[in-house]
Design a protein around this ligand. Structure first.
Ligand SMILES: [Fe+2]
Ligand SMILES: [Fe+2]
Length: 375
């Protein structure tokens, strides 16, 4: 009996391994290339150090340890909750019958190919902050090595200063009326809000990124991050705070979206969200097991930098492309592939999109041309 199930597990793992070997090996080399760029990029180094400093300020020792561990090793251990092909198909079918994914979502959109689910696909330092490009945009926000650290650090600064501003504007009085907040939940929620971008957005040989699928109507990274928090045993209130990053928990259709994020992630993590304490049954429906709290709004509002950084990234990449073409005579092939992509990755990692865009606003495109020529 035991021998039979070991054989079954080995066969399934072998199958998965064969399918995904090419992608994982390809990603490994390219992720290392991104890691090397990030290790030399001052914005990424400073940002990662700031994030670590803030984690150290989490007062609850269990939450501090869990947050530190997930940032240090963002391994997709949720994948080990359904190691067999059959079990993964079961997860997929549960998500489908709950209306949480469309028919187009594949198994590999949830179980992103990795060699070993106890190890991170790439480090927090090397990961990008979003998709590479889209039909509408030449570049997503922070889509370069070190982008995730920069994005997370900015959000953290925004969230912590928002706490101070709320406190100034709505001071606590002796009756307890005014503004009070648990900064532990704000720090943990923001630090981890995009942690599975380390998994979802891995590097291709041509310097661009693998594409993300949608779960529960949002980017898979969000749901997989919540699933990972369930699996690692984060307190329910921290899981809810992190899940609020994409939408607020105020009673509205948006609150229902957060319910579906927590539900989809629970299916993937193989936990019951009601007994875990993130969701509760209400009038034959599921609801979040918490009031709409200030921490949820702060985690959500702090994730709004993409408006400016997204614009800066697309504009800057457009200008860099144009300069390489018209001033340096690069071919379309070079502009659409490895040569331009890795150059762009390097420049954005060294200066950030906002840094490059503001350099352009102040000194014009000649300043950007000098940067390209120096590479
Ligand atoms: Fe996100
Ligand atoms: Fe984000």
């Amino acid at each position: 009996m035991f021998k039979k199930s070991v054989k079954r597990i080995s066969m399934a793992l072998l199958m998965l391994f064969t399918i995904t070997k090419a992608q994982t090996e390809d990603s490994l080399t390219n992720n290392e290339r991104a890691q090397k760029i990030a290790e030399k990029a001052r914005p990424a180094i400073m940002a990662a150090a700031y994030v670590k400093q803030q984690i150290a300020k989490i007062r609850n020792p269990q939450l501090r340890r869990l947050t530190e561990e997930l940032i240090t090793n963002p391994a997709p251990t949720y994948q080990a909750k359904a190691p067999l092909q059959k079990e993964r198909e079961q997860v997929l079918s549960e998500l489908r019958s709950a209306g949480l994914i469309t028919a187009e979502v594949s198994l590999e959109g949830i179980y992103i190919p990795v060699k070993d689910p106890t190890k991170a696909a790439q480090s927090f330092l090397a990961a990008p902050g979003s998709y590479y490009r889209s039909a509408k945009s030449l570049a997503g926000h922070h889509s370069y090595p070190g982008g995730l650290a920069v994005h997370t650090a900015y959000n953290l600064r925004a969230g912590l200063s928002m706490i101070e501003n709320y406190k100034r504007q709505y001071p606590l009085d002796t009756s307890g009326s005014g503004f009070s907040v648990d900064p532990d939940l704000v720090i943990c929620g923001i630090v981890l809000h995009d942690i599975m971008k380390t998994l979802v957005f891995q590097w291709k040989k041509d310097g661009s990124l693998y594409e993300e699928q949608q779960i529960a109507g949002t980017g898979a990274h969000h749901i997989l991050g919540i699933a990972e928090m369930y699996v690692r045993g984060f307190p329910a209130e921290a899981v809810i705070a992190m899940a609020s990053a994409h939408d607020p928990t105020a009673p509205s259709p948006l609150r229902k979206k957060v319910v579906s994020y927590l539900r989809a992630a629970a299916i993937i993590a193989r936990v019951d969200p009601v007994s875990y304490g993130t969701l509760k049954a209400k009038d034959d429906e599921l609801d979040i097991a918490s009031e709409a709290r200030p921490e949820h709004f702060i985690v959500h509002l702090s994730d709004a930098d993409y408006h400016y950084s997204g614009h800066a990234a697309a504009a800057t990449v457009g200008i860099l492309r144009e300069l390489a073409k018209t001033e340096l005579g690069w071919s379309d092939e070079a502009l659409d592939g490895e040569r331009f992509n890795w150059l762009r990755n390097q420049l954005l990692a060294s200066h950030t999109e906002i840094g490059l865009y503001q350099l352009y606003l102040k000194k014009g495109s000649k300043a950007l041309l000098r940067l390209i020529s120096s590479k």
